[in-house]
Design a protein around this ligand. Structure first.
Ligand SMILES: Cc1ncc(COP(=O)(O)O)c(C=O)c1O
Length: 389
């Protein structure tokens, strides 16, 4: 069997249709969208058509869509921009959670230098933040609440609509990192009541290095990247026309295909869990929600039966040798494998967290690949467990 790629939460291949839509913008329509001549105008039209379509797909106004370089920039831009707009008025508190992506946690931490106070809400054992926690945490100093829609490591889904409703009631802007939810579950800013969200194209079969920051008109925000007049002076920098066109096609396709691929991922997940139960009953656990999360992300950890932990990094390397690509749920800290901040945040037992791997399915994966993975995992675990017990 060829290599098996089970790491779609990290990134996805570019769809053929997406690539086809992008190609003319590298060689024929290569103008700078800010130029007044026809090469520039053609690109400008492509960008504005894309903006309109993206806005329609997520229920926003075109003027509320800002093109960025991806999820990390969008997350940085919203936290830093809202903080900058509100901190002088004494709103210096940022409320987020302990299991956000580092694209939210690290800018929040960096803002401490400018006087920000960060409140980290703790999720339940399934990785979910509850609206009452948000209500209790908000004070008259809160500048923004930022909570992700779907967690990238364990696939948990936050009740974003209910959380947004609390924030609206308490008059605090609410941002959600929807990088892992857009194109996988329904995301409509009006239905959800969001003030801001972040999108990244490369998670939905689009190109890398392009994303969206949606900001509802009227949200207090100061642009954080100055330069040219692009994006109505809200984000300087020559527009990535091919990326924007590709992302728009990717978003369109992912929303169109959402239901059929959700069923496909459920089928793959069921096959994986059936195989895991058959071979490793009692020796593995699902980290995060077993059922209530997104079906394409499955995070599992192993317990050999005594206090020694299996090394997740070794497990990943052994799978890689067999041609199977997954990602780990642990990170190397001071020379030892430690559970990731997400697994730690949901209270995963240390030995399980250190041995955890994340499997994330994509459109091209098959049940045969899942069965191949289970078979190889069996042999690898047998060898590894023999050395730790
Ligand atoms: C939840 C989440 N937010 C943000 C990002 C960062 O997105 P990008 O790679 O486009 O910067 C990722 C990517 O892993 C993610 O999973």
């Amino acid at each position: 069997m060829d290599s098996v790629y089970f790491d779609h939460a990290a990134t996805t291949p570019v769809d053929k249709e997406v690539l086809d839509a992008m190609l003319p913008f590298f060689t024929k329509l290569y103008g700078n969208a800010n130029s007044a001549h026809q090469f520039g105008r053609d690109c400008k039209v492509a960008i504005e058509d894309s903006r309109e379509l993206i806005a329609k797909l997520i229920g926003a106004e075109p003027s509320e869509i800002i093109f960025t370089s991806g999820g990390t920039e969008s997350d940085n831009a919203i936290l830093k921009g809202v903080f900058c707009a509100l901190s002088k008025a004494g709103k210096t508190e940022i409320i987020t959670s302990s299991i956000e992506h580092h694209a939210v946690i690290h800018p929040a931490e960096a803002l401490k230098r400018d006087g920000a106070v960060i409140t980290y809400l703790q999720p339940d054992s399934n990785g979910v933040i509850h609206p009452e926690q948000v209500r209790e945490a908000i004070s008259d100093k809160t500048a923004i609440v930022s909570l992700m829609h779907v967690n990238n490591e364990i696939g948990s889904i936050n009740p974003i609509k209910e959380i947004a409703s609390v924030c609206r009631e308490m008059n605090v802007p609410f941002h959600s990192d929807t990088v892992q939810s857009v194109g996988k579950i329904a995301v409509n800013v009006k239905d959800l009541g969001l003030d801001a969200l972040s999108i990244s194209a490369h998670k939905i079969y689009g190109p890398k290095g392009i994303g969206v920051l949606y900001i509802k008109n009227g949200t207090p925000w100061i642009p954080w990247l100055q330069g040219g007049s692009q994006e109505r002076r809200r984000r300087g920098g020559t527009s990535n026309v091919a990326g924007i066109v590709g992302m728009t096609k990717a978003l369109e396709l992912s929303i169109k295909e959402l239901d059929s691929y959700t069923n496909h991922y459920k089928e793959l997940r069921n096959a994986a869990i059936t195989g895991l139960n058959k071979r490793f009953e009692g020796k593995y656990v699902i980290n995060g929600p077993a059922e209530a999360g997104v079906p394409h992300i499955l995070n599992i950890g192993f317990k050999p039966g005594d206090k020694n932990a299996l090394d997740g990094e070794m497990l990943l390397l052994n799978l890689d040798i067999e041609g199977i690509c997954v990602s780990n749920g642990s990170a190397c800290t001071s020379g030892a494998m430690e559970p990731s901040h997400v697994l730690d945040g949901i209270g995963t037992e240390h030995a399980i967290g250190s041995s955890s791997i994340r499997i994330s399915f994509g459109k091209q994966n098959t049940v045969e690949e899942v069965n191949f993975f289970i078979e190889k995992l069996d042999g690898i675990l047998e060898r590894m467990m023999a050395t730790v017990s």
